[in-house]
Design a protein around this ligand. Sequence first.
Ligand code: SF4
Length: 237
Amino acid sequence: MRCSRLNLEHLNVRGLTSNMEAVIGSKMPENIINKIRNYFEAEKQSGVREYLFAPKKKDEFLTFKEEVMSCQMCGLAKTRKNVVFGSGNIRARLVFVGEAPGFDEDIQGLPFVGKAGILLTRIIEAMGLKREDVYICNILKCRPPQNRNPLPDEIASCAGHLSRQIDHIKPQVICGLGKFASQVLLKTETPITKLRGNWQEYRGIRFMPTYHPAYLLRNPRDKNLVWQDMKKIMEIL
Ligand code: SF4
C-alpha cells in the first residue's frame, strides 16, 4: 500500500477517480488500471484520501487561521486579549459551535477552557471521543466585554470566519451549543427548548441543537436531555 501510494503521488494523480485510461494512457494493461481504480475506490471509502493530501489542507487552514488572528473587522478587536479561533481536529467528523469566548477563553486564546469547557470535555469523553477528535469553536472569535450578548454587526462581521472553518473541516455533524449559537446558525427565533434534540440542517450538514454546558452547570437536571442529544449524534458518527 505504501509503495503504490507513493507511486500515485509521484504520478501527480490528485483527483483522479475516473477516466483512468485517458489520463494514464491506453497502453497500460487492463489489470493494472483496474488495480489503480480499485485503490482509489477503497481510498474514497476509507477517507485515506484526506490523509494523503492532508499537508495541503493543513497549510490552507493555518494560513486562514493567521488571517483571522489579526482580524479587525468589528469593534471587539479593540477589547479582546486574544482571538479565540477554535481548536481540535481539522478533519473532525463532529464540530461543536458555541456563542463566544468568555473570560478564561479570552485569556488563554482557546475555546471552552473554563468550567463549562471542563463539562464539555466530559461530555465528549462520555461519547467515547477525545477533545482532539472533534473541533470546537464559537460564532464570535473575540470576547464581548463583560460577556454581553453579541451585537448583530459583530455576528455579521464574524460569520464568514465560521463558514470558512466549516468549509475546511467538512464535518458530518455540527452540534450547536446553546440558544444563541443554534438560533443564529439556523436563522430562527424558535426557543432552544423546542430546538434541542431535533435534527436540523446547516448548509447541508446535519445540525443538532442542544443546551450550552454553562446552562447545564446551572441546571444539572437537564444533563440527561443533553446526553439524549449526544446519543443521536453518536448514531450518525
Ligand atoms: S469578533 Fe470576529 S469579526 Fe470581530 S474582530 Fe474578532 S474575529 Fe474579527
